[in-house]
Design a protein around this ligand. Structure first.
Ligand code: GDP
Length: 678
């Protein structure tokens, strides 16, 4: 590897472009933007820095886990089962989860992330029983009973295994390029519909059958022989609703801002929704044909929200356009394709077909009709598909111009006829081998729905969160702020930002004036944020969704009350501070060989005391020779809890027997101190 572009390196490390640029700048390498290419030396600098950081982090985690008691729980155990296994109340478990920004009922099934949070909270090391262990004990996985829970003591550092989950349509096996899927967002009347109409009229691929009439909520257009798929303006509610259901359909967002009007509340809301989804933005500064248009003012305003135009040294591509005259619309499409190329938008055309429902309804004549977008594999007429709530055999498939088609490749939007019932937008579909399999799966889903009720949607986003947390170094409390006046928002923002520390930070996903809306709740749900309302209330719909999605809304009238609560939540997210405390030392005077047990070190305690559950290190000729745990502490023949200075004792270690007369044994314990932010 001799040269690489900044964004390529960023992608390899799952970092943002700006993080990479910051590292380079720190080392005196100047780069203009994420498109700049850097040489091998610069790549090495970044690699060194990131690899070092990662190592330090892994070691910390292992040390912390190593000091906790290990408790095994069966897969399928609920939050409350996990708490019981640790001898704790389930209410405390829910509190720990809330402190970590997760609203999860005690009855919900625990996943890896939940085990991690509860482990930190209860200072235990929870792990799932492995398949072999379950087979050994011949116990059913589906019975998360406390008696299934096994306790063992940790003796060896555990390696953290990283789970890798890939969203559909991204970097699969034999992947090939697929057209980018674009959503247009922005404030009302800024020209979203006009822009989409202009693009469709001038660039639609097939004009024969349907002319320019669009049949479904998505259109495939073509520019210079490259296809781009536009989803019908869904507004940010729909965008976030999809994400809350676990679907990520959009590859690129075009943010439309009218040059005569500038940034408006919905523009800002859209920016926050898109940022939370980590989808790249291309800005279309629209209506530049108008005499009172001020595109540079829009650039300035966008910069204040972290979208700095490329021409000003930032990373965001901005194009001045007019949806009325069509000026620069081609350039906008070209930029979308450029961003698509950088994102390496790919899919496996031969994989098992899967994708997302973008709209669905019940048609009087045709029955259930769903528009889906294929994200992986090739969907064919006759395939049997299912989602969480619907299934059926594809009787007919129509493209965006209303033509009957036999197959649909990745990124193709199609209308599907033949479903038995109507799915919900945002649901993911996949294909099944037979109608019988479909019926079995659907009845299983029905059963699960009755059992777990609403938690399915929540869990999907948790998995996303888990994945995100894996790559993040600092835990982060996500907040959505709503207040009655702008002044309060500004005051909160400033006070909250002051509270961020190196070890825990606050991320304000969105803030705004006015009642708490459905869209706020969906954004909070999709980003696992807590909503803070200051002198405002949610409307009834928002309240309903918050309840069903388990989004926490907290109301305040006094700023200090709010800050106190946020601080407590942040402190709950801090890793405890670990400190070593020396207990005492002993000298080996004699070594006894005990049949079946092995060597026992006969010692005299020379200082302090030795405790049965202490950690020990063996020092030979002034050098630490071994470090680990005691396995027994005896006074003559009796097991004892501790032995004080001046007494004799017999010691054995876990996994170490090579004692020598004259070795010194030092006993210590690790004290965990809850960290506070002061
Ligand atoms: P949407 O609410 O964002 O979908 O906005 P529309 O596309 O409905 O546009 C709102 C109004 O702005 C309509 O009256 C359009 O004709 C007008 N409009 C949209 N784009 C332009 C443009 O580039 N120039 C001018 N002069 N008017 C535009």
């Amino acid at each position: 590897m001799s040269k690489m572009r900044v964004y390529e390196l960023a992608k390899t490390y799952e970092k943002s472009n700006s993080e990479i640029i910051d590292i380079l700048t720190k080392h005196g390498v100047s780069v203009k933007s994420h498109m700049s290419s850097i040489d091998n030396d610069a790549i090495k600098l970044v690699e060194n820095e990131l690899d070092n950081k990662k190592q330090v982090k892994d070691v910390d985690v292992i040390e912390a886990i190593n000091t906790y008691e290990k408790i095994k729980v069966p897969k399928g155990a609920s939050v409350s089962d996990v708490a019981t296994a640790a001898g704790e109340k389930s209410g405390n478990a829910v509190k720990h989860l809330m402190a970590a920004g997760l609203m999860i009922p005690a009855t919900a099934e625990a996943d890896e992330k939940i085990l991690e949070i509860l482990g930190k909270g209860f200072e235990k090391h929870f792990v799932f029983l492995t398949k072999e262990e379950i087979a050994d004990s011949k116990k059913k996985v589906t019975l998360p009973k406390v008696k299934d829970v096994k306790k063992v003591t940790v003796s060896k550092p555990l390696k953290k295994t990283k789970e890798t989950k890939k969203p559909i349509g991204k970097k699969t096996g034999k992947s090939q390029s697929r057209p980018p899927i674009v959503t247009v967002m922005g404030h009302v009347d800024h020209g979203k519909t006009s822009l989409l109409d202009y693009i469709r009229e001038t660039r639609v691929t097939d004009k024969e059958a349907g002319g320019i009439t669009q049949h479904i909520g998505a259109a495939k257009v073509s520019y210079n022989g490259n296809a781009i798929v536009f989803l019908d303006t869904p507004g940010h509610e729909a965008f976030t609703l999809m994400r809350a259901r676990g679907a990520q359909v959009t590859d690129i967002v075009i943010l439309v801002v009218a040059a005569d009007d500038g940034l408006m509340p919905q523009t800002i809301e859209a920016i926050n929704h898109v940022k939370a989804a980590e989808v790249p933005i291309v800005v279309a500064i629209n209506k530049i044909d108008k005499p009172d248009s001020q595109p540079d003012r829009v650039r300035q305003q966008l910069s204040d929200y972290g979208l700095v135009p490329e021409e000003w040294g930032g990373e965001t591509i901005m194009v001045d356009v007019s949806a009325k005259t069509g000026a620069n619309v081609d350039k906008l499409l070209e930029m979308v394709l450029l961003v698509a190329e950088m994102q390496e938008i790919k899919a496996d055309y031969n994989a098992k077909p899967a994708g997302t429902v973008i709209e669905a309804n019940l048609d009087k004549g045709k029955g259930p009709v769903a528009t889906v977008i294929v994200q992986q594999g090739t969907l064919r007429k006759g395939d049997i598909i299912n989602t969480k709530t619907a299934w059926g055999k594809i009787r007919a498939m129509l493209d965006d111009s209303g033509n009957l088609i036999k197959e649909a490749t990745p990124s193709t939007p199609v209308e599907i006829l033949g479903l038995i019932n109507v799915p919900m937008p945002g649901e993911i579909f996949s294909t099944l081998s037979s109608e019988r399999e479909a019926r079995d799966i659907m009845s299983q889903y029905d059963f699960e729905r009755r059992e777990i009720d609403i938690n399915k949607t929540k869990r999907l986003t948790l998995e996303e969160l888990y994945e995100k947390m894996q790559t993040k170094e600092v835990p982060q409390l996500n907040l959505v702020l709503k207040a009655d006046v702008q002044g309060s928002i500004e005051a909160f923002h400033a006070s909250l930002m002051k509270m961020c520390t190196e070890s825990v930070s606050i991320n304000i996903v969105h803030e705004g004036v006015g009642r708490i809306s459905e869209s706020d709740v969906m954004l909070a749900s999709a980003s696992n944020a807590v909503i803070i309302g200051f002198n405002v209330r949610p409307d009834s719909n928002a309240k309903k969704i918050a309840e069903s999605d388990g989004v926490q809304i907290r109301f305040y009238q006094v700023i200090y009350d709010m800050l106190d609560d946020v601080k407590a939540a942040m402190e709950g997210m801090l890793e405890p501070e670990l400190r070593e405390h020396t207990l005492g030392s002993a000298e080996i005077r004699d070594i006894f060989r005990v049949p079946k047990i092995g060597n026992i070190a006969g010692c005299r305690v020379t200082e302090g005391l030795i405790r049965r559950n202490a950690k020990v290190r063996l020092i030979r000729d002034g050098v630490v020779f071994w470090n680990g745990d005691l396995s027994s502490l005896k006074h003559f023949k009796d097991d004892v809890r501790e032995i004080k200075s001046g007494n004799e004792c017999g010691l054995s270690f876990e996994k170490f027997q090579d004692f020598r007369v004259g070795d010194v044994i030092e006993a210590y314990e690790i004290l965990k101190k809850k960290r506070t932010l002061d």
